[in-house]
Design a protein around this ligand. Structure first.
Ligand code: FAD
Length: 345
């Protein structure tokens, strides 16, 4: 394989019901960082049916080029036609890097596509960077491939260790990336980009898995990843019932309640509300950490929040190392007092 043939950073622009998902814009933001380091450009691959109108938004968020694969066979996500479409784009354009969201769709499409184009894939990445990766080469040989590798970092062994993985001898270097981790760039309406319509050559009358019915389940838990204000509680809250004081604070602030893993393990809140390495990665404008000690696995999910306010009775709790504002004291007194103050404001 001639690695030099592979150029550019590509992202899969996931869309659902014809609307591009937020993860696509996050991936473009990160792809721009990688492309700047590699002195190359960013391409978004938009696959679907009747989705041409979405290309402009991808350009506005930073895509230099949008490759559009638009076909009635691609209306709903199905593994086979989507894998075919993305693999054909990769075979034709030879990208150096391909990023896909670690969403339910991306977790299916990533491995099937990487297998189709015979390269590796690092799943569920939380950090990406360009760097050196020294190869072990036989004595007397020169390592000519160690520069400009994509270093892909992800939690491994159930989150007990953090692994950095490279794909030195194959291209493209492929990764799925956790939603909520990467930052999208500011939208620039009217930004110029190139639109390329690509036909991956579907075999006429080929039968794929047929979708007979789509049943949409309305989730009964809130989406903490999109909340602007989170009031997060830990073991220090003491009981499921006592979360009432956090609910009241969240209500006056117009925010949502989330929690640490200790709270989920105790059965006080559902796992969908867990923040951290094995929970969700959040980046709200305001994050209250109440009765949360600040274990590294919790910080991994919230330390990029814009403003962190910690309430803890232990002045040495590690949460205060990342907090912008720290309040030392009993949450049972502080939280209701705060709620009252804000409600009367
Ligand atoms: P504790 O560590 O018990 O802290 C409770 C805090 O409350 C203490 O600091 C205490 O001083 C304070 N407190 C008690 N009473 C009061 C009071 N009345 N007023 C004020 N403060 C009070 N954790 C996560 O959160 N998310 C994850 O995704 C996650 N993933 C993990 C993955 C792995 C592989 C492992 C090994 C662990 C993971 N953990 C995760 C667990 C993590 O290590 C911690 O055990 C957990 O975050 C602790 O939760 P906590 O801070 O609520 O509880």
């Amino acid at each position: 394989m001639n690695l030099e043939e592979y150029k550019g950073v590509y992202i899969f622009a996931e869309q659902v019901d014809g609307k591009v998902s937020n993860i696509a814009y996050e991936l473009i933001g990160e792809a721009k960082n990688l492309a700047e380091a590699l002195k190359t450009d960013v391409t978004a691959v938009l696959i679907g049916s009747g989705v041409k109108g979405e290309a402009e938004k991808l350009g506005a968020y930073g895509a230099d080029r949008v490759i559009l694969v638009d076909d009635p066979a691609l209306k709903e996500y199905r593994t086979e036609p989507y894998t075919h479409a993305l693999a054909e784009v990769i075979n034709k354009y030879k990208p150096e890097i391909v990023l896909i969201g670690a969403t339910p769709i991306g977790r299916d499409l990533g491995p099937s596509t990487s297998a189709r184009v015979a390269t590796g894939l690092t799943a569920d990445c939380t950090k990406l960077e360009i760097g050196d990766f020294p190869l072990t080469v036989p004595a007397g040989k020169e390592d000519t491939q160690k520069h400009n590798q994509l270093l892909m970092t992800r939690p491994a062994f159930g989150g007990n260790t953090i692994a950095t993985i490279a794909c030195p001898n194959n291209r493209p270097q492929m990764a799925t990336v956790r939603p909520g981790v990467m930052q999208k760039r500011a939208k620039e309406d009217g930004r110029k980009f190139e639109l390329v319509e690509f036909n991956p050559g579907f075999t006429p009358n080929k039968r794929y898995v047929e979708i007979l019915e789509v049943v949409k389940k309305i989730s009964d838990t809130v989406d903490i990843m999109n909340a602007k204000i989170l009031v997060s509680g830990g073991r220090g809250v003491g009981s499921a019932e006592n979360f009432k004081i956090l609910d009241e604070l969240a209500e006056v602030l117009g925010g949502e309640v989330s929690c640490s893993r200790a709270v989920v393990d105790a059965g006080w809140k559902p796992q969908a509300l867990q923040v951290g390495q094995t929970g969700k990665t959040v980046r709200p404008q305001l994050y209250f950490a109440i009765g949360i000690s600040g274990a590294i696995q919790h910080l991994a999910g919230m330390e990029d929040s814009d403003l962190i306010i910690a309430i803890n009775k232990d002045e040495d709790a590690p949460i205060f190392d990342v907090a912008d504002i720290g309040i030392v004291g009993d949450l049972n007194q502080i939280v209701p007092a705060l709620t009252k103050q804000i409600a009367n404001y």
